[in-house]
Design a protein around this ligand. Structure first.
Ligand SMILES: C[S@@+](CC[C@H](N)C(=O)[O-])C[C@H]1O[C@@H](n2cnc3c(N)ncnc32)[C@H](O)[C@@H]1O
Length: 257
């Protein structure tokens, strides 16, 4: 039995969000692509891009980012926007799984926030051919199921924007086995950002050896930062969480297959 419903995949509606940027509602997942309360652009910047770049080692030849999943591409485009304002020496490679080809092909017509205007040509290329390359950045959309494409990524990953639909709606992208696949591809100083602070998600990360922190700042509701090495942030005490809630458990693939 599949948890997905391709018949409904094309049923989407544009929805305005709190910061004025637009997102979509998906009938297949009965959920919006972004938090309407936080705002699509603000969520992307404050839950993913700013914490990831402030906590990552960017002083290297190549910085590899996994953007799960591409959707409207806000996280990839907000990364380009950030790099325009804060250039780094490293070449940036972005891999982004996505199984909705029609959505990506339609993005040339999406009404993006003004700050993405400089990337119109890049959006065009991604919509047409699923990839873009210049001397500073390489973007590859990995068409297909993320569970199949992530293990095939040929590079060690430095940053993960963990931004699928919610664990309730898209559980296979939040299981212990899913995080194990990410861990297997991680560089030693990988930083993972996510909007979720749900205990089963944190358990899945913790059981794979990640240290956990609340997303810093108060621009958006708290999510989670996961890291393989200690960070200068207030840690989430998972041993205490387990003591207080002995039923706490990660999601497992076997619950859904
Ligand atoms: C919440 S949206 C991503 C929002 C995106 N980060 C953005 O900024 O626009 C989730 C996306 O995951 C895609 N998706 C869901 N399950 C998937 C899977 N197993 N493999 C690949 N893509 C998947 C959906 O088609 C949808 O575009």
């Amino acid at each position: 039995m599949s948890l997905y419903d391709p018949e409904k995949r094309s049923q989407k509606e544009k929805v305005p969000t709190e910061d004025g940027s637009l997102t979509l509602y998906s009938a297949e997942f009965d959920e919006c692509y972004h938090s309407t309360r936080d705002g699509a652009l603000r969520e992307s910047l404050h839950k993913h891009i700013l914490p990831a770049f402030s906590l990552s080692e960017t002083d290297k030849e190549e910085l590899v980012i996994l953007d799960v999943c591409f959707g409207l591409g806000y996280n990839t485009l907000a990364t380009l926007h950030y790099l325009q304002e804060h250039p780094i020496d490293a070449k940036v490679k972005i891999y982004s799984p996505e199984f909705d080809r029609d959505l990506v092909a339609s993005l040339t017509d999406f009404d993006y926030p003004e700050v993405f205007a400089p990337f119109a040509e890049i959006i065009h290329r991604l919509a047409e051919q699923g990839s873009y390359r210049d001397e500073k950045v390489e973007i590859t959309i990995l068409f297909g199921d993320a569970r199949a494409t992530i293990p095939e990524i040929p590079d060690r990953i430095d940053i993960v924007y963990q931004d699928p639909f919610s664990p309730k709606k898209n559980p296979l992208l939040w299981t212990r086995e899913y995080f194990a696949d990410i861990r297997a591809k991680a560089s030693k100083d990988l930083i993972l950002t996510t909007y979720s602070s749900a205990t089963p998600v944190r358990m899945g990360l913790y059981e794979n050896g990640f240290l956990l922190y609340d997303t810093p700042g108060d621009e958006v509701r708290t999510g989670t930062i996961a890291s393989l090495k200690p960070l200068d942030l207030k840690p989430v005490d998972m041993e205490l969480k387990k003591q207080r809630n002995p039923q706490a458990a990660s999601l497992r693939d076997g619950m859904f297959y």
